[in-house]
Design a protein around this ligand. Structure first.
Ligand SMILES: Nc1nc2c(c(=O)[nH]1)N[C@H]1C(S)=C(S)[C@@H](COP(=O)(O)OP(=O)(O)OC[C@H]3O[C@@H](n4cnc5c(N)ncnc54)[C@H](O)[C@@H]3O)O[C@H]1N2
Ligand code: MOO
Length: 400
């Protein structure tokens, strides 16, 4: 196996390496999907306006579209959805109008009902200023304007915007993450028997993948067999039938035990190792490699607390780069003051689960690599490098 970075990588260097590997692999393929399937993906192309907002001059208020100075004789009524009128209003006339309805040509402003006085003979009067409460065609967006640049995450607001601009489908990227859960002792439902353990990593991965703009495939479950792992990696990479994933997460098998076959399986496949261990606690056996077929492999340590740290250290930077968007874990570089003392590790960066209140970070406690109790109650991790002397620490957010 070709080695690029022999010893454990420093924690911040590992994050950069994961991001760079994703960028080197290039963004994942773009696909056109209906709006209803685009939430959480990343725009693969700029979003143009297929229609102006508004598409014609419309009223911003319920009231009267008026022409010139008042009082005005009311000559009709226009509701939203009506076709724009051909006939222009003449000075001294008005039409009753609904919010969103097209104002007739010649309208100089809209007088809201609240400001209108009804006079005898079907006339109204009131104070108004030119152009008041009229939305001119294209005032918000002109046809052809780029309303949003590629790389934007598709949020509920983006879907609403796309629909208002006339789109039924969007060109998006959403890298796929194949998931391999290893371990003869790992069970997937119910209460584990003696010596068994419930898979606690597989259930975290869809949320972690979504957070980074990717989609996790349903997990494949493997025993602790080297050939089985190599075969599963080859198949996840797209050798044989079926499309390959953009990245593969392997849960467990990352350490040095007799049943930990990830490194040897990667060697069998001729993979390039990019990060072989990270100098952090928990999570030091995590691993990043690239298969000859192209997909990146992230080795998540079997201890679930360590796997989550690897999720923010290697997986999120990699997947977000493949999606063509910023790393969500690094999106808001944040610092906070720790409200209780924390001891740094002599060599490794500690990731300490914290709750955030204002500018204070309170360590949750109960930090154990085999447990998720602490991160489950946390907003993020305080980053405690060796030699840290506090109380300010960098904060890496967890997906909420
Ligand atoms: N000699 C050494 N032993 C270990 C080292 C080391 O450096 N030298 N590192 C320790 C650390 S730190 C971690 S973390 C683990 C990593 O282990 P693996 O990735 O090889 O995973 P396993 O050995 O299969 O399992 C470790 C532990 O986690 C449980 N597990 C595994 N998969 C899951 C899952 N999907 N959900 C919940 N729990 C899981 C498994 O039953 C074990 O208890 O290695 C240490 N050892
Ligand atoms: O670092 Mo292990 O990854 O402590 O649980």
């Amino acid at each position: 196996m070709a080695r690029r970075e022999g010893a454990s990588a420093a924690w911040d260097r590992a994050r950069v390496a994961a991001r760079e590997l994703g960028e080197r692999a290039g963004p994942s393929a773009a696909r056109r999907v209906p709006l209803a399937e685009a939430l959480g993906a990343t725009l693969a192309a700029d979003l143009p306006a297929l229609v102006g907002i508004p598409d014609c001059d419309t009223s911003a208020m319920d009231g009267y579209a008026v022409c010139g100075p008042g009082p005005w004789r009311v000559t009709g009524r226009v509701l939203a959805g009506a076709a724009p009128a051909d006939e222009a209003l003449t000075p001294g006339t008005a039409v009753e109008i609904a919010t969103g309805a097209p104002v007739p040509p010649g309208s100089t402003s809209v007088l809201p009902y609240e400001h209108a006085r009804e006079e005898d003979g079907g006339t109204v009067s009131g104070e108004t200023e030119p152009d008041r409460h009229v939305r001119r065609a294209g005032e918000d967006t002109r046809p052809g304007d780029v309303a949003l640049k590629q790389g934007a995450p598709v949020t509920p607001a983006v879907l609403g915007l796309a629909a208002s601009l006339g789109h039924d489908a969007l060109s998006v990227r959403r890298p796929s993450l194949a998931v391999l859960v290893t371990g003869d002792e790992v069970v997937h439902t119910g209460i584990p028997g003696p010596g068994r353990v419930r898979d606690a990593i597989g259930p975290m991965l869809p949320g972690l993948a979504d957070w980074a703009g990717a989609r996790a495939e349903p997990p494949a479950r493997l025993g602790d067999v080297r050939e089985g792992l190599a075969e599963a990696l080859r198949s996840a990479a797209g050798a044989g039938a079926g499309a390959g994933a953009d990245a593969v997460a392997v849960c467990g098998a990352s350490s040095k035990g007799p049943a930990d076959h990830l490194r040897s399986a990667l060697e069998d496949l001729g993979a390039e190792t990019v990060v072989d261990g990270v100098a952090c606690r928990p999570g030091h056996p995590q691993l990043l490699a690239r298969l000859p077929e192209g997909p990146a492999v992230v080795g998540l340590p079997g201890n679930p607390g360590a796997a989550l740290v690897a999720g923010v250290t290697l997986l999120a930077p990699l997947l977000s780069a493949l999606a063509g968007r910023p790393d969500p874990a690094a999106a808001a570089p944040d610092r906070a003051e720790l409200s209780a003392p924390v001891r740094p590790h002599p060599r490794d960066t500690r990731l300490v689960a914290v709750r955030l209140t204002g500018s204070a970070a309170e360590p949750v406690g109960h930090d154990r690599p085999g447990s998720l109790r602490s991160p489950a109650a946390a907003d993020g991790y305080a980053v405690i490098p060796p030699g840290w002397s506090g109380p300010l620490a960098e904060i890496v957010r967890l997906p909420r």
